[in-house]
Design a protein around this ligand. Structure first.
Ligand SMILES: *Cc1c(COP(=O)(O)O)cnc(C)c1O
Length: 413
């Protein structure tokens, strides 16, 4: 783009790609190549020096060597996500778990400590507790609702608190939607562990409804399979943050070899053009559906951030951190698993599937599906009961969605 003096919103649509490099094609071609030709041996040498050294980001991006390291489709996607997140750079991966595990391994080494919120996404919880520990990385977690004092105490009580390298948060948490104050966590880090990275899994709100970097986080992590991809047709992950932080992550990505492919990156670039349209419509539908569920006789409880009363102690945090209630709802039917299954099996428009953030509405049963590997005690403690249903609201006609949920709820009686 000739003039970069435009808003991030516009740059996320057509930035990160110059049509004059590809026959003036309006859309980015898919660079389906594994390697890039050097014009001279001297250029090859310079590109390698740029790639591993401290060359500015633009020069590193222009030094194309080999697709595992970097490629034009990833660069376009990374530029667009950086715009959406208010970040200096971003990195895309072949899955959300690839982004999360690579970021953890980039900053945490044997003997280091991760302090994390709970509950975490099941894959992340398993990676930290069962796999990162194989590399000698230790962990400690705090409960939903933990105060600044509780968290400071947890860190200070650790015999090796100077080895704290990452505070890892998920807010809102899945599927219970509990919130963690990112700004408070950044303060705790500044006070007790200035060497630690504050990382936020921002999958649930996506880059449109929550900007963790603006609240003092250093690193956003995503399952880009969800809202960023937005169409249930790719598995991908992302990280965004300062040039310095993302450079460390890209070094690890190059060696672990989980860079997003040209086609995945191309789909992501295309998806980011419509992300605000999709998410606003999804959140609009979610608000209407949550209000309907909240009033329904067959529904015992509805959890949706957009329903939070202004008297709720978390209301000021919600208003500070999120500019929408998002598009994830969890609700309990009266009864237990049998009633929940009856509801799920009766749906006609919404699809029974895990995952979230897509154009179609997806409905699932966390107790027996996405959270089933958690101890039953932990599931119940986190409000993941056999009667709980999770809904990722899509962009369908809202009257149709309400009609579908109404008939499925009424079939439970
Ligand atoms: C789906 C998800 C992940 C994992 O992402 P994948 O793309 O499936 O690897 C991580 N965190 C959250 C909150 C998720 O919903």
């Amino acid at each position: 783009m000739k003039n970069k003096n435009f808003s991030p919103e516009s740059l996320a649509i057509s930035g990160g790609y110059d049509p004059s490099t590809a026959n003036n094609s309006i859309k980015t071609p898919i660079y389906q190549t594994s390697t890039f030709k050097f014009n001279t041996a001297e250029e090859g040498k310079a590109f390698f020096e740029n790639a591993k050294g401290d060359a500015p980001l633009e020069e590193r991006n222009a030094s194309l060597i080999y697709t595992r390291l970097n490629h034009p489709n990833a660069i376009t996607a990374e530029y667009r996500l950086s715009q959406l997140d208010g970040a200096e750079d971003a990195a895309f991966f072949e899955s959300g778990m690839a982004a999360i595990s690579t970021a953890i391994l980039a900053f945490c080494h044997a003997g280091d400590l991760i302090v994390m919120s709970s509950p975490l996404y099941g894959g992340t919880d398993t990676f930290i507790k069962k796999h990162a520990v194989q590399f000698g990385i230790e962990w400690a977690e705090f409960e939903p609702g933990a105060t600044q004092e509780d968290i400071e105490q947890l860190i200070s009580s650790y015999p090796k608190s100077n080895r704290l390298k990452m505070i890892y948060l998920e807010t809102p948490a899945n599927p219970t939607l509990s919130l963690v104050d990112i700004e408070m966590i950044a303060k705790v880090r500044n006070k007790l562990a200035p060497q630690a990275i504050v990382a936020v899994d921002n999958t649930y709100m996506g880059p449109i409804f929550q900007k963790p970097l603006a609240h003092g986080a250093d690193l956003n992590l995503y399952s880009a399979t969800k809202y960023i991809g937005g169409h249930s047709d790719i598995i991908a992950g992302a990280a965004s943050g300062s040039d310095q932080v993302i450079k460390e992550i890209k070094k690890k990505r190059a060696i672990l070899g989980n860079t997003a492919s040209p086609f995945t990156s191309w789909l992501l670039s295309r998806s980011m053009e419509t992300i605000s349209l999709r998410m606003e419509k999804q959140a609009h539908n979610a608000q209407k559906l949550a209000e309907f569920l909240n009033d329904h006789a067959q529904v015992k409880a509805t959890h949706y951030l957009g329903l939070m009363e202004d008297t709720d102690p978390y209301f000021p945090l919600f208003k500070k951190q999120n500019n929408s209630g998002g598009a994830m709802i969890a609700f309990e039917v009266h009864g237990g698993e049998a009633e929940a299954f009856k509801f799920l099996n009766a749906l006609q428009l919404a699809h029974l599937a895990i995952s979230l953030g897509s154009t179609e509405t997806l409905v699932s049963h966390p107790f027996t599906m996405s959270s089933s590997n958690m101890d039953e005690k932990d599931r119940l403690k986190n409000g993941i009961t056999p009667a709980l249903i999770r809904v990722s609201v899509g962009i369908e006609n809202i009257e149709d969605l309400i009609k579908d949920f109404d008939q499925a709820l009424n079939s439970v009686k």
